[in-house]
Design a protein around this ligand. Sequence first.
Ligand code: BT5
Length: 321
Amino acid sequence: MSKYENDIVKILLESNTSVSGQKIAEHLNISRTAVWKAIDRLKDRGYKIESISNKGYLLVALPKQWDSHLLSSILERSSLFNKGYIFEELKSTQDEAEKIALSESQPFIVISEKQTDGRGRFKRHWSSQPNTGLWMSIVLQPDISLQKLTTFNLFIALALAKTVGSYHTDVKIKWPNDIYLNEKKLSGFLTEIKGSQDNITQIICGIGVNLNTQRTDFPNELESTATSLHIETGNNIDRYEFLERLILNVEKYYYLFLTGTFSEIKDEYESYTLIFDRILKYTEGSRVIIGQAESLNDDGTLNVKSAEGDMHRFISADIEL
Ligand code: BT5
């Protein structure tokens, strides 16, 4: 997008009413024809801008596609992320984030409209249809030990749960890395790291959230297990608004993670958990336990009491509901 288009979007976004072409032209020190041409290009990019006679231009709707200008304007208000990268199609935002990180030393975000090879944990496939959700990797450069990192997922899960909770009150965290609504998976994330035992230098956290996905958009195998905010609320979700709320929560909980311990957010975290008070199947590697989650430890591990009465500690597990 040219500089003028960026500036015009900014002017229209900041104004609740229409803005005259003359005013925009004067503000940017360009001709009215240049304004009119830039408005046309913005319309081509999916911005819905009405021209109201004698009044000027009114921004009625944002483009359906992720748009780099809008991401920049969200990030301008962020105290953590400096830069955002938007792609129409990627294999996985995780791989692209890793590449960009080679030359980027500040926290940043990568979003793709579509992923052809989006992945979950253990290289499982993550369904990432275009225009429906948020497929994003956030890259952070902490200076922490591996031991400290064990609680990172708990903080991110809480940031996600709080964000989803601002749309639907029944949100639950399925430890360690899923967000559920009505017993169905709405969101999952995975955390990949770089560094050594004593010094984790990079976290690439990939977050997938189904926002406007319709039931028929999901592949057959996910139809009964996955859901979206649209399905659960009946509303069309403004993806930019969701993103902005999520970024604010990620910032808040990331700072708490860096400066505090899990015990400080434990009560809040536990108020969202889905798995307590139920007998479930826990699988971690070759270990399979049928039992009941009893408590979370301060390092983020989970204590599960088996049907035979003995206690098992899980670092991360697949849990069948
Ligand atoms: C996760 O793994 O839940 C982590 C998903 C992370 C996806 C994001 S998208 C942006 C970034 N770039 C990537 O390439 N990945 C990240 P896991 O706990 O292993 O769960 C994977 C399982 O979730 C799959 O085996 C399916 O059963 C289910 N699944 C796949 N796609 C789904 C979807 N869109 N909604 C709900 N469930 C899904």
